[in-house]
Ligand binder design. Structure first.
Ligand code: ADP
Ligand code: MG
Length: 305
């Protein structure tokens, strides 16, 4: 949605920044896991860090969470370097977490609530995270989607100001992913600031006010999904598999990964051009460009590869 003033990204300067990270670097042996990441986070917004496996997403957010020491760079929370106090202000859903065994969901919530001075009331958490039906279930018996709901509940027990979710829907089936999106929507509605990592572009498109696209430890692009897409694409995206092009390359196209891509503002003209160039239209697809296309455009490879 276009904003009423100036460049779509300029509103960042006018809002309160809750977190500012600059020049974050982290190396593991010969691997530069994070290679100079700077991200500002507006209060109440949802930032998505998008990237394939190994891009450096987990390392980046663990540094922002204050649980991993960067080699270089600074992290500010409300303008101050993060200290002991910060840990009480954040809620974290780790990419992998062990849950206590042999106790139920309800008992686990009680246990975690007891860690905090002012925990959210149990009813509220159960409601927010749709845990009604699994309260009496042993943690070991939870499905993937139930487990993620439970982990989200644990992340928000303390009423955190910033909630970190590391690939919260990886491995879930499409329905469970959509259910989880609803829950994140509820948390956003409560004005918490949310940072989530994902390699699902559709997830980012649905949940995030802003996305940072990461690959090889760096942020390649940052902005609202709409502004990123309009920065790189105009019109519809026409794609034709490489094998369908026999003669000359149509002038308006370019090769991206294994496809000829044309950004078309006039599909009639584009089709005529393709036919004139002798392109086999059999494998042609036309769609509105999305973040997945953008990722391929930026890196030449797909997110899942
Ligand atoms: N504790 C670690 N020891 C060694 N290498 C690591 C460690 N953590 C991450 N890495 C490496 O750093 C890179 C980024 O990892 P990570 O931040 O987990 O990426 P992502 O979350 O995007 O999949 C990968 O190449 C990974 O193998
Ligand atoms: Mg990760």
């Amino acid at each position: 949605m276009p904003l009423p003033w100036g460049h779509p990204d300029s509103y960042l300067q006018t809002m309160a920044l809750i977190m500012q990270t600059s020049g974050i670097r982290k190396r593991y042996g010969s691997v530069q896991a994070v290679d100079g990441v700077s991200l500002d986070l507006e209060e109440g917004s949802c930032l998505g860090i998008l990237g394939p496996n190994g891009a450096g997403k987990t390392t980046t957010i663990e540094i922002m969470e204050g649980i991993l020491e960067p080699d270089e760079g600074t992290i500010l929370f409300r303008g101050q370097p993060i200290g002991k106090d910060f840990k009480r202000k954040v809620g974290i859903q780790f990419q992998t977490t062990a849950l206590p065994e042999f106790i139920t969901v309800k008992e686990t919530l009680r246990l975690f609530s007891a860690f905090y001075p002012n925990p959210r009331p149990m009813d509220e958490i159960v409601d927010l995270c749709s845990l009604q039906d699994i309260l009496e279930r042993d943690n070991r018996k939870l499905s993937g989607g139930q487990r993620q709901r439970m982990l989200l509940a644990l992340a928000i027990v303390s009423r955190p100001e910033v909630v970190f979710l590391d690939e919260p829907t990886t491995g879930l089936d499409p329905q469970a992913r959509r259910n989880f999106w609803d829950l994140v929507g509820r948390i956003k509605a409560e004005k918490a600031t949310v940072i989530l990592t994902t390699h699902y572009m559709d997830e980012a498109q649905v949940l995030c006010d802003e996305v940072a696209i990461m690959d090889h430890g760096r942020v390649l692009e940052r902005g609202t999904p709409a502004s990123l897409l309009s920065r790189h694409f105009t019109g519809a995206l026409v794609k034709i598999p490489k094998g369908c092009i026999e003669g000359d390359m149509p002038e308006s196209g370019k090769m991206v990964a294994d496809y000829l891509e044309i950004q078309s503002t006039n599909l009639g003209d584009t089709m005529r051009e393709l036919l004139a160039a002798g392109v086999n239209l059999e494998g042609l697809s036309i769609h509105k460009p999305d973040l997945e296309d953008l990722f391929i455009e930026l890196t030449g490879s797909s997110l899942r590869s």
